[in-house]
Design a protein around this ligand. Structure first.
Ligand code: SAM
Length: 277
């Protein structure tokens, strides 16, 4: 379970919400109070309907006695949708910024890049492939991909994808990261794979964060969380970044509510920021 604070929630007094939140925390280690109310309600309605439960109360009672359903509910709160080079302009920009950061570095430490909420690994592999494009030669670097979803991480480590996963991906980008692995299957190239590792970490548990990273790509994850929780997470992400490190958010995510002295925009349109200092 997250070591983060218990986020107070406007629905804390509603019996069904308390029952559901406690059951999900017990079975899945997920703090439901951190997630947006609209998403919780949508999922409760959908699951109650699918299972023939009369209302939220009945569904919460079911979840309290069914850990598998509690875990399924926890997983359903965020979708595992991702893609290679999602928002290609972001990777193009990082292909300029990261080698520049490496060149300014004194001492032998390579760049540490962290893909938060990496899902099935596409973002982590895309970051590694972007670094490997640096000329005259790639600076030393490692990529860490983390997620709270073990199933997604197992897929990420496997590094094998289907035709559907590469649909719409331009051929040159596809060739940077993948090679054919038989009919309808693609495998991450060995040199890309060798730069990436995956492990479990919960965004709501700063004790599980890596330290002194140079880039945090936290895209399309904050969007599921309530605003005060987003700000709390961003504060902790800032602490995990080395001075001058870069933070990348998803296109619909912002630093709203965060202390302005923490970051300066590097490319506000692409949601790329640098930590001050
Ligand atoms: C929509 S995917 C984003 C994938 C990738 N970052 C991208 O933009 O393509 C959201 C991911 O966030 C993960 N996630 C949701 N809540 C999380 C949490 N509290 N800690 C870590 N990962 C979380 C989900 O498991 C899911 O894999």
């Amino acid at each position: 379970m997250s070591t983060g604070p218990r986020f107070p929630h406007p629905w804390d007094e509603l019996p069904w919400f308390g029952t559901l939140a406690d059951a999900v925390a017990r079975a899945a280690g997920l703090d439901l109070r951190a997630y947006k109310e609209s998403a919780v309600v949508r999922r409760v309605r959908a699951r109650a309907k699918a299972l023939g439960d009369e209302d939220a109360e009945a569904y919460a009672r079911r979840v309290a006695h069914d850990p598998a359903e509690a875990r399924r509910f926890a997983r359903s709160l965020s979708v595992a949708v991702s893609g290679f080079f999602r928002d290609p302009a972001v990777f193009e920009a990082l292909g300029r910024l990261l080698p520049e950061m490496a060149a300014q570095r004194e001492g032998p430490r390579g760049l540490r890049l962290w893909s938060v909420g990496c899902s099935k690994g596409q973002e982590a592999y895309s970051l590694a492939a972007t670094m490997l494009q640096a000329r005259p030669e790639p600076p030393p670097f490692r990529v860490l991909g983390t997620d709270r979803d073990e199933r997604a991480l197992a897929r990420a480590r496997e590094g094998v994808y289907g035709d559907r996963d590469v649909e719409g991906l331009p051929t040159d980008l596809r060739a940077r990261v993948l090679e054919r692995a038989g009919a309808g299957r693609w495998r991450v190239r060995a040199e890309v794979r060798g730069r990436v590792e995956f492990r479990t970490a919960d965004l709501l548990d700063p004790a599980s964060y890596p330290e002194r990273v140079d880039l945090i790509s936290c895209r399309n994850v904050l969007i599921y969380l309530r605003r005060p929780v987003q700000v709390w997470v961003l504060e902790h992400l800032a602490s995990a970044l080395a001075p001058g490190g870069a933070l990348v958010l998803g296109t619909s995510e912002t630093l709203l509510g965060l202390r302005p002295e923490l970051f300066v925009p590097w490319d506000a349109r692409l949601r790329i920021y640098r930590k001050r200092g």
